[in-house]
Design a protein around this ligand. Structure first.
Ligand code: CA
Length: 422
């Protein structure tokens, strides 16, 4: 193993003395994500997911276990040392007598947001999504002229971000039918999901000191799944000229485990070359190392289970498959751009990539795309159809990093059920 960042913690032959970790779809010993958990009624503390268990990190490592900033603020070399330490504890059975008492069954704990989210920014870096949605609103010009030059984004709402499992209450808002004389106020009738990756910022930058693209990767604490719930009827009415507002700010769901850059080291890819004729990024967004390995081999899925499907014992049906390499901009480009005007990022800030769709109707990361703006319904095994989400629907996002010769690692659950408007 000679690739940068790869060490014994990624060895596919390494196993854990915790049996459930070996072959686990999300949390084998090669993953070791961090999160905030409560065993019983105790205060939240840092845990590491391993198989069906959670290791209480503060009991076995010299970190302040009360908050994830202790992890986020570590220098890259110290993060690697911590990962090696945890991997040794959980793989070498001689540590079992001392460590086993600090394990908790995951199903008996509560998972929290990993960070107190200061700021949340959502980008629009999934080019297939941008093109699909643009074609619905502007058939003559699906991609705006700026798209291939500047990473598009907007400032989202941090206060309404919730971990997986917290139900989404259908929002009220203002909308206007195409032929209606005026707007109405009421529950959304075009509620949608968005399949995104989230990036947790670790080390921040002082205001006025942009993060150079070559250093941007050092500011990533980790990755999660992000469902940027969207009320399309409100969005269509409110979005001009300033962009998304109440159509997005009622609720966003994240997977609670922080998948570290160290765990993802074996899954890095070259950023796919831009199509012939596309502009070369401006110098502050272009770095040879980032182009060489700034993309990720992460497969993404979104699945839907209606209340009727659940009652009939049908598993959630996959309604979209995509992959992280469909992002037009790398994560480092998003970070460098965000801070390029001197804006200070802080530990615990959340960046969304934007909806990641692939080419084709089976690869859509939103219902808006999959149903062509609500005109072509999806068919479900119960005989039901969907254009947009109905009350009782459960949406499940999942992600798996996969590469030849590596043990795949998953992101854990990112799910929520739609509840009726209150
Ligand atoms: Ca979004």
């Amino acid at each position: 193993m000679t690739r940068p960042g790869i060490n014994e913690t990624h060895d596919p032959m390494r196993t854990s003395w915790i049996e459930s970790a070996n072959g686990h779809r999300d949390f084998p010993i090669q993953n070791l994500p961090f999160g905030m958990f409560s065993p019983g009624t105790n205060e939240p503390r840092i845990g590491v997911a391993i198989g069906d268990m959670i290791l209480d990190l503060g009991a076995v490592a010299a970190v302040d276990a009360k908050g994830m900033n202790a992890i986020a603020s570590l220098e890259p070399a110290d993060r690697v040392s911590l990962r090696r330490h945890i991997s040794t504890l959980l793989s070498d059975p001689t540590h079992r007598p001392a460590v086993a008492q600090h394990l908790h069954r995951a199903e008996e704990t509560t998972l929290h947001l990993p960070f107190v989210v200061g700021d949340y920014t959502d980008f629009y870096a999934g080019i297939h999504h941008a093109r699909n949605v643009g074609a619905l609103f502007r058939p003559d010009q699906p991609l705006m002229p700026n798209y291939k030059h500047v990473p598009i984004g907007y400032h989202g709402r941090a206060s309404s971000i919730r971990p997986s499992g917290v139900p989404v209450v259908r929002p009220h808002g203002q909308s206007k039918g195409l032929d209606a004389d005026g707007p109405i106020f009421g529950p959304s009738r075009r509620l949608d999901y968005e399949l995104e990756l989230g990036i947790w910022i670790g080390k921040g930058n002082p205001q006025g000191a942009p993060i150079p693209i070559a250093e941007a990767a050092d500011h990533i604490a980790g990755f999660c799944l992000l469902n940027d719930w969207s009320a399309r009827d409100f969005q269509a009415w409110e979005y001009q000229p300033l962009g998304p507002f109440l159509a997005k700010s009622f609720h966003s769901t994240v997977s609670p485990w922080v998948i570290t850059p160290e765990a993802l080291a074996p899954f890095r890819l070259a950023q796919p070359p831009r199509p012939e004729g596309d502009p070369v990024p401006l110098a502050y967004l272009l770095d040879a190392d980032d182009q060489r390995d700034g993309a990720y081999a992460i497969k993404l899925k979104v699945a839907l289970q209606t209340a009727m499907m659940k009652a009939a014992g049908h598993a959630p049906q996959i309604v979209g498959r995509s992959a992280a390499h469909h992002l037009y901009w790398t994560i480092s480009q998003l970070i460098a751009h965000h801070s390029s005007n001197g804006c200070n990022l802080r530990a615990g800030d959340l960046l969304g990539t934007g909806t990641i769709s692939g080419p084709g109707r089976d690869h859509c990361g939103s219902l808006l795309e999959a149903t062509l703006g609500g005109s072509t319904p999806l068919f479900l095994p119960t005989g039901e159809t969907r254009t947009f989400l109905e009350d009782g629907d459960m949406v499940v996002l999942s992600a798996t990093a996969q590469a030849d010769g590596c043990v795949p690692i998953g992101f854990g659950p990112c799910r929520a059920e739609i509840r009726p408007a209150s």
